[in-house]
Every structure is written in structure tokens, then in C-alpha cells.
Design a protein around this ligand. Structure first.
Ligand SMILES: [Zn+2]
Length: 505
């Protein structure tokens, strides 16, 4: 069979985002092949190069990470790799870059947002990546357009949980494709641009395929809006009547630092930022990015970075915002004067114990899910997109395969077209308008990274199910997922749509 890069066409290949049962290590290849001077000429870009979180479950001794296998693309002259686009700064989309550089590979120019660049530079320093090994970095922004070989690529802002999250529109002669990156529709983001719906509307009918973030597809309705998270926080703080509020946040979710801060400000609470090195590292980045908490506070509240002596001057009236598993003894927290608000699902379980052992009452995301502030679209977001873009073909990513398989019945009922067969890492697809067909199946591998002698060393491992193994056991089970979709389908069949969308077919 002739190699695909010798046949004109627009190709897509997931290299990490379409795993069996875990959702990390995102990486996608796009190759556009056009005739030039009588010969086929390929242009390849990679979107994201993340790390696979559950590397321990792959069973290699002393593993420090696992990354998608892009060696073939890096080595191939024919594929002509021109660029690596980074949709946003989260480790499952970004950190693979570091391990490849540490293993001695040269990477093409990186395209990413300002905040992504800041995070990347932190990582370069942390991992001691010499300046000469750092690839060129080209800054992208909402609306910027790049011509790269035979592809045109337009950058689109996205609502997600960190600054400068982007989606991409890829224009090929064979079709226009929207790669969402991590995204929800929410238009209420603070201090950054939300998902660019206006531009998507303009491209409605032209976009044939959507390579979509299906991470939250099992939840009904729209993803939580940041404004709702904020309002809920304010109301819980005010209603509690407590003087001391403890609000732990995810270290990598910049938006929650800000939402929690704004809620404390609204409720008239002084703010003490408190946490580990990781937390203060990210906090510094947010400040360097241009958010001044002191300026936002004005004369209304005081802001402290760490529990300092000035704590006494706050009259015991404050919100503690940070990443901590222990509330320490600085704050004089008692069941009478304190309330905990846990804004994350798994990370802070030890903190629940802390609150319990001190008899401090708390609310958490289990009872009040909106507190989590969620960065991925729910089913409602994608129904909205389906209508907005006039029924494109959806190509799910960022979710295990079984989620796509059990979603099909419901998708058909609501008129959403989903690619067949369900994509699996390393399989090659050809895109044409609204069609996306399987060209080649190749078994998927991960590269497990270890730092035995200082530099990264890769060991190739076949992809295999890892749920229930390793430190990451939070994956949604296949059975629970099936039941969830069954329930949602039943709800639609009996009650119709709650969002007011019409069934088209
Ligand atoms: Zn993300």
C-alpha cells in the first residue's frame, strides 16, 4: 500500500487523547498532502503534547511520566512537521514537550498563548532545559491566523480553567475542521476572553468536522458557568455568618483563585493566600500575568500572602484561599467561627478529614457541584454547538473509547453525528468535508520516561487498560457510563428537551 503521505488528502490521527480508559497525554497529528510541482507534498502539525498521568500503571520501574509516541513524525522527512500548537498550559496538554527535549529530541516551533509560554518557561527552569534546546516560541491570540505549508490555521479563544486557552480552525482544501481544545461554551469568564461564539457562527455550515473535548459529555445541561460558581460562593459565605472561611482550590486552575478571591471581596472578607510551594508558584504566575489582587481589593479588604503577623490586624475576618491539606494552627479555626468550602473533588480528601477532626463544618462539590468550577463542556454545550454549526461530524477526544460507544444511542436521538468507528490512539483517519474515514489501524504505544542517569530515557509500552491501577483511579466506569446515558436518553424521550433545542432528525 502506498504510504498516506504520498496521497493527497487531509489526515487526522489521535496519539494520546483517545485512550482505552484514561484521559490524559493529549496529542493529535494533522497532515495535509497536496500536489506541488507534480509531486505530493505533506504539511504536518501536531496539536498538544501532554503527559500521561497514570504512568505507574504501565509497569516500568522508576517511571517519572509517560508521553505519546511521536518519534515517527519527528524522524520522517516526508511528513514535514512544521509546528506544534499548544492549546493551553495544563500538564496533560503541555508537559510531554519537556520530556522529549530532555531525551534529546529537537522539536519544531511551538505556537501557544502568553500564559502557556510562562508556564513552559517555569518548566524549562525546573527541568534544567538548556536555552539552546528550547524550541522557538510563537505567541498566538484569539483571531490570529497562520499559513503553514498548505494549511491555514486560525486561533479561537476558549473558555477553560486557565488563561489563554485556545481552539483551532484548520482550513484544508478538503475541508474546514474545528479542533476545540479543552472547552466549554460559558461566556462568563473573568479576566479573559470566552469561547469565540461569534466566529463559530460565521463559520457555521462551513465547518464539517469538530474534533471535540468530550471530557464532560456524560453530564446533562450546560457546563457550570464561572459566574454561577462565583454567585454560589458569595451566597454560601454570606449565609454562613462565619468570620473565617477556608477555600482550597486546584493549583493549576487559575480561574478558581480569581473566582474565590472575587467572592471573598464581594462578601467583605480579607484574603489570606495560603498553600504549598506549588500554589505560590502558580499564584506568582497569575500576578505576573497581570492580575493585581491588591488593586482589585482597593481599600475594601486586605490581602496577605501567607499567614503573617498582620493576620492579627484582620479582626479574625478573612477567607483563606489556597492549596492545602492542612489548615494549620495559625488561624484559630474553631467550629463556631469557621466554615470550609471544598472546591475540588479528589485532591482535597485529606482536608475533609482535617475539617472533621476539628469539627469544622464544610460544604463540598459532592453536595454543591457548581463549586467545582468546571472547564469542559457538558452534553448541553455540544448540543448547542451541534445546532450552531449545523450538524457537523463530531470526532470525540479527551475521553475513553467506551464513553463514545455508549453515547451513540443518545447522540442519534438528539441528532448528533458521531464518527465511526470510535477513534483509538494511533489510528489514521482521512477527512473530507463532513466525512472522516479510517485509513489505517496501528497498535498504540506510550513512551514511559525515566530519569535514571539525569536525562530522559524512553521505554516503549503497548497501550493497555489501566483503570483501577496506579494512583489514578478516578476514571468513570464503563457500566456507570452506560447507565448514565440510558437515563439521559429516557429523560429526553419522556420529557423532551430542557434546553429548547429541536430534534432535527
Ligand atoms: Zn485543560
Amino acid at each position: 500500500m502506498t504510504e498516506y503521505w504520498k496521497q493527497c488528502g487531509f489526515y487526522w490521527r489521535p496519539l494520546g487523547g483517545n485512550n482505552i480508559d484514561q484521559i490524559s497525554g493529549h496529542c493529535y497529528q494533522y497532515t495535509d498532502v497536496r500536489e506541488s510541482g507534480g509531486k505530493p507534498e505533506a504539511t504536518t502539525i501536531i496539536v498538544d503534547l501532554g503527559k500521561f498521568d497514570n504512568h505507574q500503571a504501565l509497569g516500568i520501574k522508576n517511571s517519572a511520566a509517560a508521553v505519546p509516541d511521536i518519534r515517527e513524525i519527528l524522524h520522517s522527512r516526508e511528513l514535514n512537521l512544521k509546528a506544534l500548537f499548544i492549546t493551553h498550559s495544563h500538564p496533560d496538554h503541555l508537559n510531554g514537550i519537556i520530556h522529549y527535549l530532555k531525551a534529546g529530541y529537537a522539536l519544531p516551533p511551538l505556537f501557544g498563548g502568553k500564559y502557556t509560554r510562562m508556564i513552559l518557561e517555569e518548566l524549562y527552569d525546573e527541568f534544567d532545559v538548556p536555552s539552546a534546546a528550547r524550541p522557538e516560541f510563537i505567541q498566538i491570540d484569539d483571531g490570529s491566523v497562520w499559513e503553514i505549508g498548505s494549511l491555514k490555521i486560525e486561533v479561537l479563544s476558549s473558555s477553560h480553567t486557565c488563561f489563554d486557552s485556545y481552539g483551532l480552525i484548520l482550513f484544508s482544501r478538503d475541508g474546514t475542521l474545528y479542533h476545540t481544545g479543552d472547552m466549554k461554551i460559558d461566556g462568563s469568564t473573568y479576566f479573559r476572553k470566552p469561547t469565540n461564539i461569534k466566529r463559530l457562527k460565521e463559520l457555521s455550515g462551513q465547518i464539517g468536522c469538530v474534533v471535540a473535548d468530550f471530557c464532560g459529555i456524560t453530564e446533562d445541561g450546560f457546563a457550570y458557568r464561572e459566574a454561577d460558581t462565583y454567585k454560589k460562593l458569595v451566597s454560601i459565605i454570606k449565609k454562613s455568618g462565619k468570620k473565617k472561611i477556608f477555600i482550597p482550590v486546584y493549583p493549576t486552575h487559575a480561574e478558581m483563585y480569581i473566582i474565590a478571591f472575587l467572592a471573598a471581596l464581594k462578601a467583605g472578607k480579607n484574603v489570606v493566600f495560603y498553600g504549598d510551594k506549588d500554589f505560590f508558584g502558580y499564584l506568582k504566575l497569575i500576578i505576573d500575568y497581570g492580575i493585581s489582587f491588591e488593586k482589585l481589593a482597593g481599600k475594601r479588604i486586605r490581602v496577605l500572602f501567607g499567614p503573617r503577623e498582620e493576620l492579627h490586624s484582620l479582626n479574625g475576618n478573612f477567607a483563606v484561599i489556597g492549596t492545602f491539606n492542612d489548615i494549620g494552627n495559625y488561624f484559630d479555626a474553631t467550629p463556631q467561627n469557621s466554615l470550609g468550602i471544598v472546591t475540588a473533588r479528589t485532591f482535597f480528601n485529606p482536608l475533609r478529614g482535617q475539617f472533621n477532626s476539628r469539627n469544622i463544618p464544610f460544604v463540598d462539590v459532592k453536595n454543591v457541584p457548581v463549586l467545582q468550577g468546571y472547564g469542559h463542556g457538558f452534553l448541553g454545550d455540544y448540543e448547542y454547538l451541534n445546532t450552531l454549526l449545523k450538524q457537523p461530524l463530531f470526532i470525540p477526544t479527551h475521553c475513553p473509547r467506551f464513553i463514545v460507544d455508549s453515547f451513540r444511542e443518545l447522540a442519534e436521538y438528539i441528532g448528533m453525528e458521531i464518527i465511526r468507528p470510535t477513534p483509538q490512539n494511533n489510528n489514521l483517519f482521512k477527512i473530507c468535508g463532513k466525512q472522516c474515514s479510517l485509513v489505517k489501524t496501528v497498535p498504540a504505544t506510550w513512551l514511559v520516561v525515566d530519569y535514571g542517569n539525569g536525562d530522559a530515557h524512553f521505554t516503549e509500552v503497548w497501550q493497555k487498560p489501566t483503570s483501577g491501577e496506579g494512583f489514578l483511579k478516578r476514571t468513570f466506569s464503563a457500566r456507570r457510563c452506560k447507565n448514565k446515558f440510558k437515563m439521559l436518553l429516557h429523560k429526553r424521550q419522556t420529557k423532551g428537551f430542557e434546553h429548547g433545542f429541536k430534534k432535527i432528525r
